[in-house]
Ligand binder design. Sequence first.
Ligand SMILES: *Cc1c(COP(=O)(O)O)cnc(C)c1O
Length: 228
Amino acid sequence: MTGSLSPEQIQARITTIQATLPPPTRLICVTKKQPSAVIKAAYAANVRDFGESQVQEAIAKQAELSDLPDLTWHLIGHLQSNKIRKALQHFDWIHSIDSLKLAKRLNTVAGELSRSPYCCLQVKMVPDPPKYGLTLDELWSALPQLNQLTHLKIVGLMTIPPQESSLQEIAAIFAQAQDVVNQINNKGFDQLHLSELSIGMSSDYPLAIAAGSTMIRLGTTLFGDRPA
Ligand SMILES: *Cc1c(COP(=O)(O)O)cnc(C)c1O
């Protein structure tokens, strides 16, 4: 069972979207709350990048998918400090570095485990109190310390527009994210060369692609509503 859609429907949706993606944009299939059968269906459509919000849930699915050898796992949800070790053992990418404190803890444990995950800084371009993420002020002041975290490959920025944003506001937020990436790169930090922009979800991915997204994170538009 793959929920409301058949494997063929899922594959057709993925193939359609893949065909529209310009070369720098990679599709991350967000399979949180979806069974591993959904991941198998996406795999059959040549997807290898999967996004999950919760460490334990991802680990359970990875155990069920051990026959698929070449999956790349992306953590896209808030990481609690007691899950850092497991996250490093089970994910290749962490898109949700939402505080300097988390980055420092991740770096320490990554060193202990000899892991060096690809990371994105999760930034709030506009105030959004309920959401995790560095504010722009926090981001600018954290850069010198982030530059010291040699066990993390900090390669990009992730942002999620506030829930109630209009399309115009979303477009402005995405443009600003690209601008922030450029500004960081121009500062010349030796460890901080950002080439990735993790923007775009089901409701706004065409805008994100137009704004230069390198990783769109799609769930519902590919798989239907998530099971409750
Ligand atoms: C759930 C989630 C997505 C996917 O959202 P859809 O609207 O289902 O495409 C993308 N990014 C993050 C961080 C998410 O938590």
